[in-house]
Write a protein that binds this ligand. Structure first.
Ligand code: MN
Length: 238
């Protein structure tokens, strides 16, 4: 099969005689390396009215895209061997990332993972299934009831000062626990557990529609949680 990489290699060889064409071919090859912005699994307006189309567009096309671009730029310059590693592997072992770029990799790599995850645990109203089965049992065992779970999760999301995330993660004493992290951190950094549900409470996630009313955003967000996706995450929990 003639792949895109073969094509680039061929074009590099063909262009070697011309410095200008050679530079163009190299730029094309470089743009292929590294992490890519995943497509949203639905249209920008699919989560309305809980999340408006303009917020989704800016959040995905600008904010998430910037994390990917900055992560690639940082790694290309200072640690190109990491460009081919899964982002989870890099985040789970941040201490092995060179000191000089560790904050940039933490912020932008975290931003890339967190947002890729976030798009997948949401679905249009009525399309995300219901909270049921083993996941429902685990939530009831961990928090007594779904209402108490939602209260605990909303409290973590509301009281996270500044920018950050609320997460549902595997628990230590009970099956599941609620935690929150600042900035673009997530629980799996430095070897922690992989979340099964997460909520972005950066102002960029809600300010256009909800202004300063973060609790209202959280309340409306429950309507677009993709419980089928969360159940699949729960089933694969480790
Ligand atoms: Mn965000």
């Amino acid at each position: 099969m003639f792949t895109r990489r073969d094509m680039l290699r061929t074009s590099v060889a063909a262009a070697a005689a011309s410095p200008l064409l050679f530079a163009t071919a190299r730029a094309a090859e470089e743009s292929v390396a590294g992490f890519t912005l995943p497509k949203l699994p639905y249209a920008n307006d699919a989560l309305e009215p809980s999340i408006d189309a303009e917020t989704m567009m800016i959040h995905h096309d600008k904010h998430h895209n910037a994390y990917v671009t900055n992560l690639n730029a940082t790694l290309t310059k200072s640690a190109p061997e990491l460009l081919t590693k899964p982002i989870e592997t890099i985040l789970a072992d941040l201490k092995s990332v060179p000191d000089t770029i560790r904050p940039a990799v933490r912020n932008n790599g975290g931003g890339h993972w967190n947002h890729s995850f976030f798009w997948g645990i949401m679905a249009p109203v009525g399309k995300g299934g219901e909270l049921k089965g083993d996941l429902l049992k685990a939530i009831e065992e961990s928090f007594k009831s779904v209402d108490e779970f939602k209260k605990a999760f909303a409290a973590a999301a509301t009281t996270r000062f500044g920018s950050g995330w609320a997460w549902l993660v595997p628990g230590k004493e009970k099956p599941l626990a609620v935690v929150s992290t600042p900035n673009q951190d997530n629980p799996q950094m430095d070897g922690g557990a992989t979340p099964i549900l997460g909520l972005d409470v950066w102002e960029h996630a809600y300010y256009l529609k909800y202004r300063n009313l973060r609790p209202k955003y959280i309340e409306e967000w429950w309507k677009v949680v993709n419980w089928d996706a969360v159940a699949a995450n729960f089933a694969g929990m480790k």
